[in-house]
Design a protein around this ligand. Structure first.
Ligand code: ATP
Ligand code: MG
Length: 568
């Protein structure tokens, strides 16, 4: 397919980016320079939260708003850096009183309420390990996570409590359940100078379970040191600058919500918007407009849903403040990028990372040409490559495993209680991501598909992403999920599950038209021989298409772990 390039010169950058020249910045980069922007205690000791909050609470940012909170019912609250410092300090004192010590796990099973944010910060101040759980989890998902992590304390609210109570007997290590509903009142009796403990860079700070797109979620443990890369990427990729209003739409139950909803973004002193409501196109446009959001970090699924809500809706809103936008979590198809540019006048920059990598690893930078459909280039201080099964580097334009040279600061410390699983990620000096990709002659990385999702048809390997991208270029299509279906002659054939735009009538003729469309636009062999129209695609709660579910349904197989799937 023809590659569409958006030159930096055509991006109409509203501000000079923090990273003015990617090539130069990458070449001259050193982690020591990043460390100079951060504060260490004596003897090289460190605390991520000292950097994210405490130091700002003492400098000129103290009265700057750290959190603009918007409730589901549109109630508004504001918290300055000084207030976040006080509340998180009180929470740390409360944990001390409860006997929580270094390394103990404190879990949060909450919607995006302020208590979730300062509780998380207070936990790290105390030297304990914070775990976040998406509020839609049901009983089994809770047992799997809180149980396996042996959490000592759980913070939840009255509404979610019954779910916890049902499984309490299976959580023998859980000593204390804190309710967020009256937490602020409880905290009044606690010292607000809650000590920020001096940690080693290598000490665990938080743990997160992966999205569960490919199977049972893994408990990924991250270090305080992760902050180095989280801050650096918030600066160079998200391009956060002092007067920005920043909105990260990810829930703190996922890595994006922690790295760029709490730690990296606040370390840079950003004013962050948090909306504790569900996705809804009008609400989202309203937030972008009314809060004057200037930097926006979101996900492909949301962009496609905005697109499905029509081209007229955004006309009613003023989105002109948005000067930089990024996307993560799934491949960002070319069509939504073009749509965003044409209709919203917003250019989405794709970024790639995983729970395991702890921070953005590959990105499209503001000051870099975008090759539409590519994930971009490795972030400074990181080396990315395409390798074969033995960890041997492959040349340009060859598909293989996407790998990173081990040892970047936000690389996971371990997989909770699964040391063998942790070891299985590495091949010599490489961390193997489990995604398939290729690198082009200019060093841009292109996503092909997850290991398990790549289709082998008539001896050719086909990535579901490019077929899905081709399908959604067609005006009748909103979303598509593509799988390989066993076939006696071809090994596998390509089957596509397609969600049509509202008002489009499904027909055999349309199926035929879509097949021919992909054949013409992509390749003679890489078109869906079978198409099925469905109302919606199975997705994780973090919004990713779950192709293993489509496969299981198609083949009548066991679906496997479904704890992270969104409601039907
Ligand atoms: P599990 O590991 O449990 O199967 P998961 O991989 O979906 O779940 P996450 O760590 O949340 O869990 O997601 C990381 C994965 O998301 C990446 O490995 C990749 O497959 C996909 N991903 C993230 N960003 C992008 C992107 N920009 N382009 C393509 N894929 C992406
Ligand atoms: Mg994964």
């Amino acid at each position: 397919m023809k590659v569409d390039v958006i030159k930096v010169g055509n991006k109409k950058l509203a501000k000079t980016p923090n990273l003015e020249n990617y090539e130069k910045g990458y070449k001259n980069f050193s982690w020591d320079e990043v460390k100079k922007d951060l504060e260490f205690f004596k003897g090289g000791k460190f605390n991520a939260v000292h950097n994210a909050i405490s130091r700002h609470a003492r400098d000129e940012l103290k009265n700057k708003v750290a959190l603009y909170w918007i409730g589901e019912d549109w109630t508004e609250r504001k918290f300055t850096f000084a207030e976040m410092e006080r509340l998180s300090g009180q929470f740390a004192s409360y944990l001390k009183d409860l006997g929580v010590d270094r390394g103990d796990r404190v879990f949060f099973f909450l919607p995006r309420v302020p208590e979730m944010y300062y509780g998380f910060l207070g936990t790290l101040k105390r030297g304990a390990v914070a775990g976040t759980l998406f509020s839609a989890f049901q009983e089994q998902a809770l047992v799997d996570r809180i149980g396996s992590s042996n959490a000592k304390v759980l913070v939840t609210n009255k509404e979610l409590l019954p779910r916890v109570q049902k499984v309490k007997k299976d959580l023998p290590n859980l000593e204390k359940i804190i309710l967020s509903d009256d937490l602020e009142k409880v905290l009044e009796q606690y010292d607000d100078e809650g000590e920020v403990r001096e940690m080693e860079l290598d000490d665990p700070a938080f743990m997160l379970y992966t999205s569960g797109s490919t199977g049972k979620p893994k408990g990924v443990v991250h270090k305080h040191e992760a902050l180095l890369q989280e801050e650096m990427t918030a600066k160079y990729v998200l391009d956060l600058q002092p007067d920005d209003v920043y909105w990260c739409t990810a829930d703190p139950g996922w890595v994006t919500g922690v790295a760029y909803g709490i730690l990296g973004s606040w370390s840079l002193g950003a004013s962050a918007v948090v909306y504790n409501g569900r996705f809804d196109a009008e609400s989202w446009y309203k937030i972008l407009q009314d809060w004057g959001v200037s930097v926006w970090y979101t996900a492909p699924t949301a962009i496609r849903l905005l697109q499905a809500a029509g081209d007229e809706l955004p006309d009613k809103y003023d989105l002109s403040k948005v000067r930089h936008a990024c996307s993560v979590g799934e491949p960002l198809n070319p069509d939504p990028i073009r749509w965003g540019r044409r209709v919203l006048k917003i250019l989405f920059h794709d970024t790639w990372f995983q729970t395991e990598t702890g921070a953005i690893s590959i990105a499209n930078f503001p000051a870099m040409d975008i090759k539409v459909g590519s994930m971009g280039k490795p972030v400074p201080g990181n080396v990315a490559a395409i390798v074969d099964d033995k960890g041997k580097e492959l040349g340009p334009m060859t598909e293989g495993s996407l790998a990173l040279k081990r040892g970047w600061p936000s690389m996971m410390k371990t997989i909770w209680r699964r040391p063998k699983k942790f070891d299985s990620y590495f091949e010599g000096k490489w961390f193997i991501s489990g995604d398939r990709a290729y690198m082009d002659e200019d060093g841009y990385f292109w996503f092909v598909g997850r290991d398990d999702d790549v289709i082998k048809t008539s001896g050719e390997r086909v990535g579901p992403f490019e077929v899905e991208s081709a399908l959604i270029e067609h005006e009748a299509v909103i979303e598509a999920g593509v799988i390989g279906k066993p076939d006696e002659v071809r090994g596998q054939i390509i089957k596509a599950f397609v969600v049509l735009k509202p008002g489009v009538t499904p027909s055999e003729k349309l199926k035929e038209e879509l097949s021919v469309y992909v054949k013409k636009h992509l390749a003679g062999h890489a078109y869906p021989r079978e198409i099925e129209f469905i109302d919606k695609l199975p997705k994780t709660r973090s919004g990713k298409i779950v192709r293993r579910m489509l496969r299981a349904k198609e083949l009548g197989l066991e679906v496997g772990d479904t704890s992270t799937l969104a409601d039907e």
